[in-house]
Design a binder for this molecule. Structure first.
Ligand code: APR
Length: 226
């Protein structure tokens, strides 16, 4: 079966990584326009680096949970395209061989001046020179609000060719990812949502499996694996 899975912060919540829109989530404690926009970075790059340095430390201290591991099993049994909005590497560490990080990755650095990318050190600062061009415009390789998510062509193509689309642990607030279910449905895929509670775009799904991802995802994967 051809399957596209989209994951969001909810799949990493039980690994101890904060989600964005929970009452104690990241966007309650930080202003999006300060830490997750190109304008915020231009205004105060040190603040933005501190925010992502803390998130990078939290991600490397975390371990993949049963949901991440189950998706690696799913890739062994089916033709799976795994797309994540998450910037942690828990899918990779859970064994998934090919992960599309549509919102970028904490593990990578990007030069805003020349566009080159390289492996991010544990801690980044605005004074870090680009190893390619030498200029000091180093930023985390994260897709901020107002920027184009990565690998969209490959994602649309996978969705259009899928028999099944699943969204796991995402609130359905941020486009284009929030539009994937509708596009998958129009392309003839069955759409299933696995989430703690119904998402913002819940009406776009044929089926809903509610509960913590570490329980629901392994059971769902088992139901698809002979
Ligand atoms: N199991 C399953 N789902 C969970 C769990 C869990 N243990 N814990 C929380 N959730 C669900 C919440 O109910 C919520 O619907 O995960 C979802 C998390 O939603 P958000 O915090 O909005 O995260 P996400 O959807 O990934 O955000 C999308 O917004 O600001 C950005 O770029 C950032 O990639 C992010 C994007």
């Amino acid at each position: 079966m051809r399957i596209t899975v989209l994951t969001g912060a909810g799949i990493s919540a039980e690994s101890g990584i904060a989600t964005f829109r929970a009452s104690d989530g990241l966007w309650e404690q930080h202003r999006i326009e300060d830490v997750a926009t190109p304008e915020g970075f231009a205004r105060d790059p040190a603040l933005v680096h501190r925010f992502y340095n803390a998130r990078r430390a939290a991600a490397s201290a975390a371990e993949p949970n049963a949901a991440h591991i189950a998706l690696a099993d799913l890739a062994r049994a089916h033709d799976l395209t795994l797309v994540t909005q998450n910037v942690d590497d828990l899918h990779e560490r859970g064994g998934s061989p090919d992960v599309i990080h549509m919102h970028g990755s904490l593990a990578r650095a990007l030069c805003a001046a020349c566009g080159e990318r390289w492996d991010a050190p544990d801690s980044m600062s605005p004074e870090d020179p680009c190893p390619f061009c030498g200029r000091t415009a180093t930023r985390p390789d994260i897709v901020w609000f107002g920027e184009m998510p990565y690998q969209m062509e490959r994602i649309w193509e996978a969705i259009e060719g899928s028999d099944l689309f699943a969204a796991i642990g995402t609130s359905g607030n941020v486009y284009p990812a929030a539009g994937f279910a509708q596009h998958a449905a129009h392309s003839g895929a069955e759409c299933v949502e696995l989430n703690l509670d119904a998402s913002f775009n819940a009406r776009d799904f044929d089926r809903r499996i509610l509960g913590p991802a570490s329980q629901t995802v392994p059971e769902w994967v088992k139901s698809l694996t002979p």
